[in-house]
Ligand binder design. Sequence first.
Ligand code: AMP
Length: 213
Amino acid sequence: MLGLAGAGKGTQSQILKDELSLSLLSSGDLFRHHQNEGTELGMLAKNYMKNGQLVPDEITINMILDGVNDVGSGGFVLDGFPRTLSQAEALDKALTHDPIDCVVYIRVNEGELLIRLTDRLICRSCGAPYSKRILGPIKDCGKCGGQLYKREDDKPEVVKKRFKAQLPGLHQLVSYYSGQSKLVEVNGDQSVAEVSREALQASSEMMVGNPSK
Ligand code: AMP
């Protein structure tokens, strides 16, 4: 799942996971989990994340490929990975025998993303995002009752740094996966239901088109 921060990758990945019975690996969630657990990896990633920078490729690639191994032979959705060309190449190398089927790029303009990110709250337990603008003063997660919090890197000054750090890689990945005929671009300004309808249709078609599935 490709897209800038706030484009809806997390929400749409969760929907694809449920609808297509896949596992879900989110690089951002994995980093945050490591930080909460106080692991060495979490500590390594912390300052990069706090400053809106990308965590170095080697650390990120090792973490995700470990996750891919743990998933085993079942299919999976990747949310937030790859974000650089080196990460995409490492992924392709690791999946030579069972390559990825489809790359969904959720495109939203930066102005809208800035509004979405600075407005959002996240559930500490299940990671569900909420918009203060749309839902008003909410305190707990409607899905699991977990506590809602504001991510440190969703402050406007950090969000701008995140876009700057993510844009060059995003552009490279869009051409990389277009070149492999795996890219599907979805207009992320639409409703969640509309985006997921298009994302689901495209990924189901591409999975069906792959004889190994
Ligand atoms: P996210 O939850 O996807 O918005 O990611 C939060 C932060 O985690 C990013 O701003 C980066 O610091 C780090 N991160 C997540 N995924 C990656 C990645 N694929 N490569 C490098 N850093 C990442």
